[in-house]
Design a protein around this ligand. Sequence first.
Ligand code: DX5
Ligand code: ZN
Length: 213
Amino acid sequence: MLVAPSILSADFGRLNDEITAICDAGCDLIHVDVMDGHFVPNMTIGPVVVNAVATVATKPLDIHLMVENNTFFVDLFAPLNPRYISFHIEEEKHPHRLIQKIRSLGIKPAITLNPHTPVETIEYLLEDLDMVLLMSVNPGFGGQKFIPSVLEKSKRLKDLIEKRNKNCLIEVDGGVSDKNIHELKDAGVDIVVAGSYVFGSGDYQKAIESLKV
Ligand code: DX5
Ligand code: ZN
């Protein structure tokens, strides 16, 4: 299992130290939640702050867009050279076109699904994707309760991935902890995002290790 701590739960007053600490603690990716106050009822950070994160990070960035105008935000964050950019399928009229655009910028494209969105919606996009991000909470806030139906969704998605593109990874985001990590592993998940569990623990290294099952 790869682990991507979500910096939404970091102490933003000491952001540089927090980034260095999770990188030293053995995380695989740094999950960056971008919220615009329209697609979700919250706002987070823009390219100025994310650029500061990228400067100290020794692990690649995984940018999760929760915004209305995906193309605008892809253009804004692409110069920071993230490993992944994911956008919500619920907010995109032309997902196939946007996937090609992200790839043409040298970034791995990913699509995010809200808890209610069936995996079949993206079946014919899988061959063009590097990752699918399944939300296990409603997007907008850290520290929410895990929605267990994501486990069945992940298994269904794994079957589609076997058929369409074996290289596509499954990431799960929201309410992840040592309590559900084994179920997530059994459901075929490759990467977990964990915000409050990692940053709320007293020991980042121990928390990250507990998710590497
Ligand atoms: C929610 C964000 C998540 C969030 C996860 O909209 O996409 O990345 O930070 O936080 P936890 O792990 O606390 O549920
Ligand atoms: Zn996220």
